[in-house]
Design a protein around this ligand. Structure first.
Ligand code: HEC
Length: 285
């Protein structure tokens, strides 16, 4: 009786797992991605010509590129965008030493308290501080930017569909309104204070093109700072900030796969060993 119950419970469990698996697989195969503007316009986003160094199963950060990207962020984007989830000490990932980080942090100002008077003031940042927003709050940010709030960039490549390619395409994709669009939708306009960008989901974005000329940022290595190059570098930096462990995650996958393969072989050998004594006798015919 107990045995029957056990078999019944086992069967029921298997049945439930099977049903949920089949139902989910069916759903996944038949549901289309949502046709939101973000999904449609970001489908057009492209990687740079050489691709991304961190893509693919063996991808790696290009440390020099991340350093250049940080420089672009600092000299251009940080005028409007904060990165509240990145502390200066995290820049150690970009190959900086403790002293370099201390010196780098000190070039930034963060809100602090004057120890002598107790009043709010600004002080030089320390390695444990986070990259500050240039605005005290959203109201001030909107007031300074034609009513649009520049989002925090720490996680932006994760917060948008095809994030990395999208940010790269957005930064290097400002252009005049194409003639086909004008012909098809004569009423389409870019109001004053907005800028046409085919990758932005509303097509008109409140961010003026931030990268406007070659040489805008002076790189410390020999790389030429063209607009696509600066867009690529800062996007790599933003991909790092959104997932600093991306490369480690991929690198961990390989030993895990090798271990599983090894464990499978061991299990198979153990099975051979254990059952060798009870092999059915060879048929004699
Ligand atoms: C002069 C201010 C300013 C500068 C400089 C600036 N941005 Fe922006 N950015 C904005 C504003 C304002 C928005 C919000 C736009 C909107 O919602 O229409 C924005 C939005 C964005 C978005 C989000 C777009 C989306 O899909 O919602 C990204 C990504 C972005 N900026 C990246 C950058 C990068 C990278 C830099 C540096 C190369 C930069 N920005 C420099 C003002 C700025």
């Amino acid at each position: 009786m107990v045995r029957l119950l056990a078999i019944g419970a086992g069967l029921l469990f298997t049945l439930v797992v099977m049903i949920s698996f089949v139902a989910d697989a069916y759903n996944a195969a038949t549901t289309d991605t949502p046709e939101t503007a973000e999904y449609v316009f970001h489908e057009e986003a492209r990687s740079p010509d050489g691709g991304w160094s961190f893509n693919g199963p063996l991808g790696k950060w290009d440390i020099a590129q991340l350093q250049r990207g940080y420089k672009v962020y600092k000299e251009v984007c940080s005028a409007c965008h904060g990165m509240k989830f990145v502390a200066f000490r995290n820049l150690a990932d970009l190959g900086y030493t403790e002293n370099q980080i201390r010196a780098e942090a000190a070039t930034w100002q963060v809100p602090g308290i004057d120890p002598a008077t107790g009043e709010a003031t600004m002080r030089a940042a320390e390695p444990t501080d986070y990259i500050p927003s240039p605005y005290p709050n959203d109201v001030a940010a909107a007031a300074a930017n034609n009513n649009a709030i520049p989002p925090d960039l720490s996680l932006i490549t994760k917060a948008r569909h095809h994030g990395t390619d999208y940010v790269y395409s957005l930064l290097s994709g400002y252009q005049p309104i194409p003639n086909e669009l004008k012909a098809e939708f004569p009423e389409f306009k870019t109001p004053a204070g907005l800028y046409y960008n085919p990758y932005f989901q509303y097509l008109n974005i409140a961010m003026a093109p931030p990268l406007t000329s070659s040489g805008q940022v002076t790189y410390d290595d020999d790389t030429e700072s063209t607009i696509p190059q600066m867009a690529e570098d800062v996007t790599a930096f933003l991909t790092w900030s959104a997932e600093p462990t991306l490369v480690k995650r991929k690198q961990t996958g390989w030993p895990v796969l090798i271990f599983l393969l090894f464990a499978t072989i061991l299990a198979w050998m153990a099975k051979q060993q254990i059952w060798s004594a009870v092999k059915p006798a060879k048929r004699k015919d």
